[in-house]
Design a protein around this ligand. Structure first.
Ligand code: CAA
Length: 261
């Protein structure tokens, strides 16, 4: 039985971490199932992914503390690599990934949400990196992505003092894009995913690469990367159809499948 489910409807895949009895905490089996769920997504059919947690209380309450409690230094490092590799896989997944944060996003949960492209939060969501209270550092990218997403000073304050914040504060510091009443969160995530799914797929993928990869480059190299990805869109069906229809005032006819020509 898998700890992660994946359902596809209207070109949107909803990936759900399903271990509600432990608030969806991430042990090695859950992490493996999460990777398998993403690997199983048909990238020709699907245009956007929504990632969420099962139950009404938690997105992911962190890495599994029971699994970590007896680890040696070497095992701890290996566990960090396991999580980091999977979160990097999600971060660089060709399709956009929206985190629908439906409750606790603590430790590895906040780190997982930060590996996604966009974070939408329920009003009851709680964010934080409580690791120093457990005698460890954040281990699945928290020290790196939080500092990049908010600011180094705010990340240090939250991490050093193990401070949890509510959804409104997460919105204020730019950790999430929007906050919704809990019972409207999935509808909002699916609406945004549906809108993304309607856009030209090669262009959307290239935008994800341009933004993600460009952020780590000096601006001269970043704009060169953009030029290459911009050029890559030309001569595609989507570009010809999209621009042709604009000029003829027609509605674009999408190709039934993702294709690069
Ligand atoms: N690991 C393992 N089990 C967890 C868990 C975790 N991170 N978080 C919650 N659970 C389990 C609890 O042990 C409990 O199980 P039992 O019913 O078998 O006792 C069940 O989920 C429900 O949790 P609570 O009874 O504690 O629920 P609550 O509503 O009273 O509290 C909570 C919720 C505040 C989130 C609390 O569960 C909590 O503090 N959890 C731990 C949060 C945390 O410290 N996360 C960081 C982990 S370290 C990490 O993630 C390292 C990294 O960067 C890789």
């Amino acid at each position: 039985m898998s700890f992660v489910t994946c359902e596809v409807q209207d070109r949107v895949a909803v990936v759900t971490i399903n271990r509600p009895e432990a608030l969806n905490a991430l042990n090695p089996d859950v992490l493996a199932d999460l990777k398998a769920a993403f690997e199983g997504i048909d990238q020709d059919e699907v245009r956007c992914v929504v990632l969420t947690g099962a139950g009404e209380k938690s997105f992911v309450a962190g890495a599994d503390i029971g699994s970590m409690s007896t680890m040696t230094k070497a095992e701890g490092q290996e566990f960090g690599k396991l999580g980091n590799d999977i979160f990097l896989f999600i971060e660089t997944f060709p399709l956009p990934v929206i985190a629908a944060v439906n409750g606790f996003a603590l430790g590895g949960g906040n780190e997982l949400a930060m590996s996604c492209d966009i974070r939408l939060a329920a009003e009851n969501a709680v964010f934080g990196q409580p690791e120093v209270g457990l005698g460890i550092t954040p281990g699945f990218g928290g020290t790196q992505r939080l500092a990049r997403l908010v600011s180094p000073g705010m990340a240090k304050q939250l991490v050093y003092a193990a401070t949890n914040i509510d959804a409104a504060e997460a919105l204020r510091i730019g950790l999430v894009n929007a906050v919704h009443p809990a019972d409207e969160l999935m509808a909002a995530a699916l609406k945004l995913a549906g809108r993304i799914a309607k856009q030209a797929p090669i262009a959307v993928r290239n935008c994800k690469r341009a933004i993600n990869e460009g952020l780590d480059l000096p601006i001269e190299q970043a704009v060169e990367l953009e030029e290459r990805l911009f050029g890559d869109c030309f001569e595609t069906h989507d570009q010809q159809e999209g621009m042709g229809c604009f000029l003829s005032k027609d509605k674009p006819k999408p190709k039934p499948q993702f294709t690069n020509n």
